[in-house]
Design a protein. Structure first.
Length: 275
C-alpha cells in the first residue's frame, strides 16, 4: 500500500489517520484501523443513526433522503424479476424499507447500531443486527446505500452478499468516489472520507474489480447528484469556512458540472448482477 493522503476524524474524535492506496485496484484503505469502531459512531453528529432534524444541515440531509427514496425504489423495481424481496444492509433508521414496504415489497434489514435498529423497529421494519440472523432467506434485491465503505471485512462481506442473492439477483451499491472533483478540491477536508468510519474509499475501477472477483457483473452506474452539495457543505464546515452553506452549494454545483464531462461524480450507485 502507498500513502495517498493524511486526514482526520473531523466529526467525532479529531484523531489523525492515513489513506493508503492499492495501485492495482485503485482502492484506498484507512490506516490504522481502530480495533473497536463503535465509539466513532456514538455521536449525535452521526445523522444516519439519529433521524436528527435540528440544524439547517440536518434538515437538508432529511429532505435529500426523502427525495432519494422514490428514486432508489424505482431502481430496485426496474431490476426485480418475479417477486419483490429486498434486503437493505445498513438500514439505519429504516426509512428506505418503510417506503418500499408501502409499495408491496417484502422487506428485511441489517443494522448493527442498536439505537438505529430500535428506531427502524418502531416503524415496523424487520431489522436484524447481523447477516447471520437472516437464516436461510435469499433475496432478489440487496441494497447498500453508503454502507460498503463501512464494512471492515470487505471480501468476506461481498461473498456473503453473493450467497444471499437469488440466481440473477441484483445488488445496488452507493459509495463516494475519491476521484471526483470535490474530493480532489477538498483533499484532507473532503467530508466523504469520514475516517475511520469509512474503512474503504472506492473508485469505479475498485468496485468493478472487487465485485468481479466474487462473481458479479457491473451492468449500470448512476450518479448521485445531491451528494456533491451535502459533502461540499460539510467539507467547507470542516475547513472552518465563514460561509460553508453558500460555498458548499457553489462547489457542489461545480463538481456536478465537471462530472458531466469526466463522469466522476461525488458518489455513484453501482448496479451489479449475480452471475
Amino acid at each position: 500500500m502507498k500513502l495517498y493522503l493524511k486526514t482526520k476524524d473531523f466529526s467525532v474524535s479529531q484523531e489523525e489517520f492515513e489513506l493508503h492506496l492499492d495501485e492495482n485496484t485503485e482502492l484506498l484503505y484507512t490506516y490504522p484501523l481502530p480495533k473497536d469502531l463503535d465509539p466513532y459512531y456514538d455521536s449525535d453528529n452521526y445523522i444516519s443513526h439519529t433521524d436528527a432534524n435540528r440544524t439547517l444541515l440536518e434538515r437538508l440531509y432529511q429532505i435529500a433522503k426523502f427525495f432519494n427514496l422514490k428514486r432508489k425504489e424505482k431502481y430496485a423495481r426496474n431490476y426485480c424479476l418475479d417477486k419483490r424481496t429486498i434486503l437493505d444492509i445498513g438500514a439505519g433508521t429504516g426509512d428506505f424499507l418503510a417506503y418500499t414496504r408501502k409499495r408491496k415489497w417484502q422487506v428485511f434489514g441489517i443494522e448493527p447500531n442498536k439505537g438505529a435498529r430500535e428506531k427502524a423497529r418502531s416503524k415496523g421494519i424487520n431489522v436484524h443486527a447481523k447477516m447471520e440472523d437472516l437464516g436461510g432467506n435469499t433475496f432478489q434485491i440487496i441494497t447498500l446505500w453508503h454502507v460498503l465503505e463501512h464494512l471492515p471485512n470487505l471480501d468476506e462481506s461481498i461473498a456473503r452478499i453473493y450467497d444471499l442473492l437469488e440466481a440473477q439477483g441484483t445488488v445496488f451499491v452507493a459509495v463516494p468516489n475519491f476521484k471526483s472533483f470535490d474530493a480532489k478540491y477538498y483533499e484532507k477536508h473532503w467530508a466523504a472520507y469520514d475516517v475511520p468510519r469509512h474503512v474503504w474509499h472506492f473508485s469505479k475501477n475498485a468496485i468493478q474489480q472487487k465485485f468481479k472477483s466474487h462473481g458479479f457483473t457491473l451492468i449500470k452506474t448512476f450518479p448521485i447528484w445531491l451528494d456533491a452539495f451535502y459533502v461540499a457543505i460539510l467539507s467547507e464546515k470542516y475547513k472552518g469556512s465563514q460561509w460553508p452553506m453558500l460555498k458548499g452549494m457553489c462547489f457542489g454545483l461545480i463538481s456536478n458540472m465537471k462530472a458531466l464531462v469526466s463522469k466522476q461524480w461525488s458518489s455513484h450507485i453501482y448496479v451489479l448482477q449475480k452471475g
